[in-house]
Design a protein around this ligand. Structure first.
Ligand code: UDP
Ligand code: MG
Length: 313
């Protein structure tokens, strides 16, 4: 089998590294493949780094990058993906806490050999806290409804991507990174492997509420124009309401002879005017969205295959 790279960001995972290492060794003995395991130490403040040093000196297939501080999971993962060896044909990104069980990897590899380019591990149920579970469900619903690309639900950053997907992903250098969305944006042939997400074995989650909200915002803002549409909606709403109230007042004045003092008319006109302002904000927002989109400098298209050219893929 062709060479596979495992990319694992670690933040205070001292207790989990040896477990993950032995699981991966067992797995790769079973599937008989060449591999490398890249750890990215994301500014841990326990002895994660010392453990990585120990393992990497014993086993040359273990590599690690040491980031100068905590840059966050998505950045760490990106660093890892950028450093995958050239002869690697597929990359599997996973967490170090064994919440992404290596058993699932075997199924992913099988799917890859069947010819899929992206294999997402999809969580069937979560053993997370009540609040995390339900916010996640709600969040994915909103994202699904409003994002421009079809971002699969209930998948994290546990996935296998083929080398050709990796090459394109490496070309996407936007700063606010929501990797699962970026991978989905690229297209290619994808499928899912379902699994039960277990609880964390050792240590605590490195994802504080703050980090999670940032990731959630990155996802929503990068992949949907929902926030922008609010201006448009509010605008339409307040203009229509204004028009109806004006009509109502006109009926009162012309048919029932009711007198409205000037300030009442003004209030209604101001209301409608506010609607126009909302619309203006929306238009400004559309321009900002375009500037933002340009600044991401994503490729315009991604070619999966070429036929009868000098350099066919
Ligand atoms: N992680 C990281 N940097 C961070 C937070 C987390 O590299 O700032 C790593 C962490 O070591 C783990 C993975 O990202 O391998 C997922 O984090 P965690 O398990 O804490 O998230 P959860 O599973 O609770 O969403
Ligand atoms: Mg975890």
């Amino acid at each position: 089998m062709q060479k596979i790279s495992f990319v694992v960001p670690v933040y205070n995972e001292a207790e989990n590294i040896s477990l993950l290492y032995s699981k991966i060794i067992d797995l790769m003995v079973k599937v008989k493949g060449e591999w490398e395991l890249i750890f990215i130490n994301d500014g841990s403040n326990d002895n994660t780094l010392a453990i990585l040093k120990k393992y990497s000196s014993k086993d040359k297939r273990i590599k690690y990058l040491n980031l100068s501080r905590n840059f966050g999971h998505q950045a760490a993962l990106t660093a890892g993906l950028d450093h995958v060896a050239d002869d690697v044909m597929a990359v599997i990104s996973l967490d170090c806490d064994l919440q992404d069980p290596p058993e699932v990897i075997e199924k992913m590899i099988n799917k890859w050999q069947e010819g899929y380019d992206i294999i997402y591990a999809r969580r069937k149920n979560r053993h997370d806290l009540f609040i995390k579970k339900y916010t996640a469900i709600l969040y994915y619903k909103v994202l699904d409804k409003f994002s421009e690309v079809n971002i699969p639900r209930n998948v994290g950053d546990f996935r296998l991507i083929d080398k050709k997907v990796l090459e394109h992903l490496k070309g996407m250098r936007e700063k606010a990174r929501y990797l699962r969305g970026m991978v989905a944006w690229l297209g290619f042939k994808y499928t899912f492997v379902d699994f039960d997400r277990p609880k964390r074995i050792h240590g605590n989650t490195g994802y504080t509420v703050q980090k999670m909200s940032k990731l959630a915002m990155d996802g929503l803002l990068n992949f949907s124009f929902l926030p922008l549409k609010i201006g448009l909606l509010l605008g339409i709403l307040s203009i229509t309401l204004g028009v109806f109230i004006t009509l109502y007042m006109c009926v009162d004045v012309f048919f029932y002879n009711i007198y409205y003092p000037l300030y009442k008319w003004l209030v209604v006109f101001l209301f409608m005017f506010m609607g126009f302002q909302f619309m203006l904000i929306w238009i400004l927002g559309e321009y900002i969205a375009r500037i933002y989109d340009e600044s991401k400098q994503r490729p315009l298209y991604v070619i999966e295959g070429k036929v009868n050219f000098a350099d066919d893929i």
